[in-house]
Design a binder for this molecule. Structure first.
Ligand code: DMJ
Length: 606
């Protein structure tokens, strides 16, 4: 078995030392049976009776206290009295056993061929290059502007690149970078959080809170600060982010938080994005699990329980929701921006909570299954002339016209569909164990078809990099003169790229899906495709003075460059490529869920 992950991959169960609760029943009975004085006491019948009552009372408290779900059958939150009493009896969570990053056994990689090990090494070097550029010109800023060689705070000024990159450095075994990033977090982040102004709830949760929690879980503590530093910062941040939930009159949180005041307000226009309010639950749930405080999970899960009650179109939902009324707003349905991770978190939160049917979380699985049926029925079409399977949009709802527009963001969907089908097992194993339903097989097939369309969005351009948005040629829609620039692509006539959509922000979604599909199907074509994409990033986005940059136009060579290295290039894109070329036993998909910013969190083992 590979030991290539330098930190703990064994610590993936909630029943390990970190999560083990004190058993008052056991403690009591042991003390009673070992102490002579107590034995004497127990030998008299009144004593026995009193002890029985005491044991019965404690057992009742424990039962209430170990309720693992914040929701009852009706989706109501039940984190009340019983849970809190239970908490009083608990030991504070203990840190997991950790492996040293310098341990010789961590460097082995027994099942990977030299070819893929070398390619994985190239990704590690790319990460080093990206980090070095950031450290040199932008340390402590949210993002690097690699052409201007300076930093910029586009996400509220919490040093987002540092936190987003931290667990990637841990997974890659980059001890120096873990030290640099971890020391920065320890020295600066709490202070920043207490001083900074407006941040977006979703972006801060998925990048900063998610990054801190994953670092807490994976950290060996040998490089950088002790793991509980990450947890303490995460708690402070989450306490302030909770104001987005507490200030709203409904279960739907406001989109923006003023950190220094712990106050929150709606976005301009008043609406929250559906994907945003429904993509903070993995992080808040995990924080509750490791901190022992249910308040984070309780607030976040109320959102999903509330959305469960709202009317939908075959499981599909509009991209806006009002925190004032709690209702969806408008009819715009899409799997791209503002819609995407709503669907992703339905299945991932269910998996995080043990992935069991007939549990308090089954409603999430049901919502996901219905939504994917809706996707297959209402959003999936084939392009002409070559028949690429793509996912379009319904800007005016199911009664309005279909738009053959697909954001690159939609390319998260093949990975999510494959994960939802096999629950992280390989397809071979899931088939052998008879675990795949008809729905699962349909979703797996769609995952493979969509991954092809996503890859062809890269292949069709002159740079080999995908545009931000593509349109697909159909019977109803065509436009001439908007091809990607690679004349040898078999799909040059199927994919239409409008001038305004030709940029590339170093996004991860396609390589994310290639990684998940490779793990699940073991088909090496996904690795080869990932390598082709990585080479295109190396060729066209690497900046001589340091870092990588977004591009203005992927259909031209050389492409005009934008001046920004997004945090998710280090947090997601390079992490997924590294894992795609590496050993399957590192961050196994049946033991971890990746949040929507690629920060792995352990699956609860019930
Ligand atoms: C990331 O910040 C997250 O994946 C989010 O869900 C949407 N996409 C960006 C990266 O493209």
């Amino acid at each position: 078995m590979s030991k290539s992950l330098p930190y703990s991959v064994k610590d993936v169960h909630y029943d390990n030392a970190k999560f083990r609760h004190r058993s008052p029943l056991k403690v009591l009975s042991q003390s009673l049976l070992t102490l002579n004085t107590k034995r004497d006491y127990a030998s008299c019948s009144t004593g026995k009776f009193l002890i029985l009552i005491l044991i019965f009372g404690i057992a009742c408290l424990m039962l209430m206290g170990t309720n693992d779900s914040p929701l009852n059958e009706k989706g109501k939150v039940t984190f009340v009295g019983g849970f809190r009493l239970g908490r009083l009896l608990r030991k504070p969570p203990r840190l997991p056993p950790r492996l040293s990053p310098d341990d010789g056994q961590l460097k082995g990689n027994t099942t990977n061929s030299p070819k893929w090990a070398a390619r994985q090494q190239s990704v590690k070097e790319a990460f080093d290059y990206a980090w070095s550029g950031y450290r040199k010109y932008a340390m402590g800023y949210d993002e690097l502007m690699p052409i201007s060689q300076r930093g910029v705070d586009g996400l509220g000024g919490l040093g987002a690149t540092v936190v987003d990159a931290l667990d990637t450095a841990m997974i890659m075994g980059h001890g120096n970078i873990v030290s640099e990033a971890g020391s920065w977090v320890e020295a600066h982040l709490l202070e920043r959080i207490s001083q900074k102004g407006q941040v977006n709830l979703f972006e801060t949760t998925i990048r900063v809170l998610g990054g801190l929690l994953s670092a807490y879980h994976l950290s060996g503590g040998d490089h950088g600060p002790k793991p509980d530093v990450y947890l303490n910062v995460a708690k402070d941040l989450a306490d302030r982010l909770l104001s987005a939930f507490n200030s709203s009159p409904t279960a739907v949180p406001y989109s923006d938080v003023i950190l220094r005041e712990s106050t929150a307000h709606p976005a301009p226009g008043g609406m929250s994005s559906t994907a945003e309010v429904a993509s903070v639950q993995l992080e808040f749930n995990y924080l509750s699990a490791v901190s022992g405080d249910p308040k984070y999970s309780a607030e976040a899960m109320k959102v999903l329980a509330h959305i469960k009650t709202l009317p939908k179109t075959e499981g599909l939902v509009p991209i806006y929701i009002s925190p004032h009324s709690g209702e969806f707003v408008g009819e715009n349905i899409r799997m791209g921006s503002r819609g995407d991770s709503y669907y992703e978190y339905l299945i991932k939160v269910w998996l995080q909570q043990g992935g069991k049917l007939n549990s308090n979380f089954t409603y999430l699985h049901d919502m996901y299954t219905e939504a994917m049926k809706g996707v297959r029925h209402l959003l999936v079409r084939k392009s002409i002339p070559k028949g690429l399977v793509f996912v379009g949009e319904l800007p005016y709802g199911s009664k309005g016209e279909f738009s053959p527009k697909m954001d690159h963001l939609v390319c998260f969907l093949p990975g999510t569909l494959a994960l939802g089908a096999t629950k992280g097992l390989t397809k071979e194993k899931a088939l052998a164990e008879n675990l795949l339903s008809f729905e699962d097989l349909e979703n797996l097939k769609l995952a493979e078809d969509l991954a092809k369309a996503c890859f062809e969005m890269y292949e069709v351009t002159a740079t080999g990099l995908a545009p931000e948005i593509a349109y697909f040629h159909t019977e109803e829609y065509s436009e001439d003169g908007l091809e990607g620039g690679n004349k040898s692509s078999a799909y040059a006539k199927d994919i239409i790229i409008k001038h305004a959509d030709r940029h590339n922000l170093l996004r991860p979604e396609t390589v994310e899906s290639l990684f998940v599909l490779y793990r699940i199907t073991k088909d090496t074509k996904y690795r080869e495709q990932g390598w082709q994409i990585f080479e295109a990033f190396e060729k066209h986005t690497k900046v001589k003075s340091g870092g990588y940059t977004s591009l203005d136009d992927v259909t031209e060579v050389p492409p005009h460059r934008r001046d920004k290295m997004e945090t998710f290039f280090l947090g997601e894109t390079l992490k997924y490529l590294y894992l795609l070329f590496g050993d399957d036993s590192v961050i196994p998909l049946d033991k971890f869920v990746f949040n929507t910013e690629a920060h792995p969190l352990p699956i609860r083992n019930i």
